[in-house]
Each structure stands twice: as C-alpha cells, then as structure tokens.
Design a protein around this ligand. Structure first.
Ligand code: M6R
Length: 359
C-alpha cells in the first residue's frame, strides 16, 4: 500500500532513512557475505557493471572503493561490457548491481565475467533473483519491494551496501585502520537523520518544479561524485517528467556546451562536496553571466553558491564520501514534483518497464 502517500515514488523517497538504518543495523550480514581476506588479497582490479540507476550507484561505489582500498576500479554499462573487449581474469572482482536481479544485460555481463573466471559478487534487492543466484557472493539490499519505476530507495540501499563493502574490503586488506573504519561508519549512522532534514521542507522542490515544467531541455552539472549525482538527477527527471536533460562534468562547459547557454537556459548545479564545490561555483557564476537560471544543491558553508543561484537547496554536512546519499534526495523530489506538475503518471512512466528482461 501507499501508506497515505499519493504515489509509490514519494512513499519510497520517504522510506530512505529507514532503508539506510536497516542495512546499518544488519551490517554484519554484509561483511559475512563478502570474500575472505585471503580471497581479497588475490584481487588486482575491480569491475562494477550495471544499468541505469544501479550503474550510478556503482560509479559512486568506485570513489569509495578506490579511496578506501586503493584497488583500481573500472565501471561499465552492462550492455556495453557484454560485447566490448574487457580486461578480466581470475584476479578480477566483478561486482554487479541490480535492484530486480533480473536485468537481461546485467545477466549477460555476469555470464561473461564467469566465462573469464572473475570472482563475482552481486548487490540486489531480490534475494532469490537470477543474478543473486549466479554470483559466488550476494549482498541483499533489503529495501523492501520497489514499485515505482523510477528507482529511489533501491539506489540509496545500493549506496549503503557499497560503502559498507568498501569499508570491509579495506579493513580486511589493512588499507585502512580501525579508526578510519569507525569514523566513516559513524558518519554513515548519521545519514538517516540527515536525509530526514532534506525531506522536511518541500517548498523549494515544488518551486523548482514549477520552473522546470515548461522547459524542453535543461542541464545538470557537477564534479567528482557530484557529477554522478547530476547524472542520476538527470535520469530521474527524464524518466518521470519527459523533459530532455543532459548531465555533464562542470569543467566541460567551456569545451562546447557553453555555446548553447542563454537567458532561456535552466541548470541544476550539484556543488555539495567540500573539495570541489568551489570549482563548480565558478561555473555557476559563469552561467549566471550568460543569463541562465541556476538551481543549486550545496551546503551551508558555500555563500558564493547561494549568491549566484536563483534557488539554493542546502543539504546537511557530511564527509565527502557520503555526500551522494544526501545530494540525490532533492533531485528525486524535483523529478517527482515536476512530473506531478505536468500531470504525468509518476509511478508508471510511458515506454518503460520496472525490470528490463530483454536487451
Ligand atoms: O533492476 P535493475 O537495477 O537492474 O534495473 C536497472 C535499470 O533498468 C534501472 O535502474 C532504471 O534505470 C530505473 N528505472 C531508473 O530509475
């Protein structure tokens, strides 16, 4: 049931604090589903392969895995990976991520990984799914059934599992000490309450939705994991509101796209990571100079961003690694309210299915 919410999408957005909390409380299950220290010591590279939103979770996972474990990570789109030349052998860990556990391309990618003798690990939201049953190790998101075609809480669950997995691998390989482990875990435990803060006041999201509902095309920008968040926001908006949007790294603006920008342009800028937000803020002021409308997602500390944006959504501070868990929530709500403002069938966007079982 929708628990009093108008749509499953909104209900599932609001379930996110609980989803994170559940996984954290049962985190031993994640650690126990991981490879052993001895097995992990044989790995020299990690591939993360998935489709759509699950791939975006994986792209954030790459930042965490590389930073905490020092092992190089390659991410790939399942439908590309399965037909491209890839560099996998028995020293490769192949991580596949899939909410449904039934996505045809992800299964195809996994079959290829198995053929090349990679170690395989899956992160799914359906325990007895094809993908979960095919991999040596399977981690369960436990987010509850996700009904809305636009994925929200499953993404949040995938991020949580990926961060715990990264911590566990890093500790087993002694790439981090227990203090670092505890510090990241403590920050993770604060995330549910911080998501609740983002969910409290909906005014800004509705205001932005009002501005977006009339546009045919728009942009999302960001750097580092803020760019991944921009990609996820863009996909969510396309899916639910049918507005064309293009996400790209903020630094790429000057290499072509800036030529499009004029007074009619609308941009969502994600500038939430402390290391990179100042750089993206410079791009925001350049966009303002060209007359564009900019809606930004940032933190309290960035006054310049606020001064240069038409509307700024402030998210609570956390460590940079975990910023994607907070920065995505405003985007989900913007997509939801824009779709609603357009009168679209939010939970069942046209031309899409929940589980893509043919390639
Ligand atoms: O079930 P999966 O996670 O394998 O599905 C992958 C994509 O089809 C899915 O994430 C899709 O992009 C969502 N509808 C996005 O909201």
């Amino acid at each position: 049931s929708k628990d009093g919410f108008e749509h499953y999408m909104l209900k599932e957005i609001y379930e996110q604090p609980k989803v994170v909390k559940n996984i954290l409380e049962n985190r031993e299950e994640i650690y126990n589903s991981n490879f052993s220290k001895e097995e992990l010591e044989q790995i020299d590279k990690i591939y993360i392969v998935a489709c759509g939103t699950a791939l975006h979770a994986g792209q954030n996972g790459k930042f965490a895995l590389e930073m905490l474990t020092g092992i190089p990570v390659i991410t790939d789109i399942a439908s590309e990976f399965r037909y491209n030349d890839v560099f996998i052998d028995e020293k490769t860990l192949l991580i596949v991520i899939s909410q449904s556990g039934e996505t045809a391309d992800t299964i195809g990618a996994l079959e290829k990984g198995i053929r090349y003798k990679a170690k395989t690990l899956s992160i799914t939201n359906v325990m007895d799914s094809t993908i979960a049953n095919m991999t040596e190790k399977s981690m369960f998101c436990n987010a509850g059934p996700e009904i809305s075609i636009a994925s929200t809480k499953a993404y949040m669950a995938q991020l949580t599992v990926l961060f715990l997995l990264s911590l566990d691998i890093a500790l087993k390989l002694k790439a981090i000490d227990t203090q670092t482990f505890d510090k990241v875990l403590a920050s993770l435990k604060e995330i549910p309450e911080k998501i609740n803060i983002v969910l409290k006041d909906l005014t800004a999201y509705k205001e932005i939705a009002k501005e977006l509902k009339e546009v045919n095309s728009m942009f999302y920008i960001g750097r580092g994991s803020d760019f991944i968040t921009a990609k996820e926001g863009s996909l969510k908006l396309k899916e639910t509101s049918y507005i064309h949007s293009e996400p790209f790294p903020a630094g790429e603006l000057k290499h072509g796209t800036m030529a499009i920008i004029d007074e009619t342009s609308k941009i969502i800028a994600v500038a939430a990571q402390s290391g990179l937000d100042a750089k993206t803020t410079v791009n925001v002021s350049e966009l303002k100079d060209k007359g564009a409308k900019v809606f930004s997602i940032g933190t309290e500390e960035n006054e310049v961003l606020k001064n240069n944006s038409d509307i700024t959504i402030l998210i609570p501070k956390t460590i940079d690694l975990l910023v994607p868990m907070l920065a995505v929530v405003p985007e989900q709500l913007i997509a939801y309210y824009t779709a609603l403002a357009k009168g679209n069938d939010v939970d069942h966007p046209r031309n899409l299915t929940k589980s893509v079982i043919s390639e």
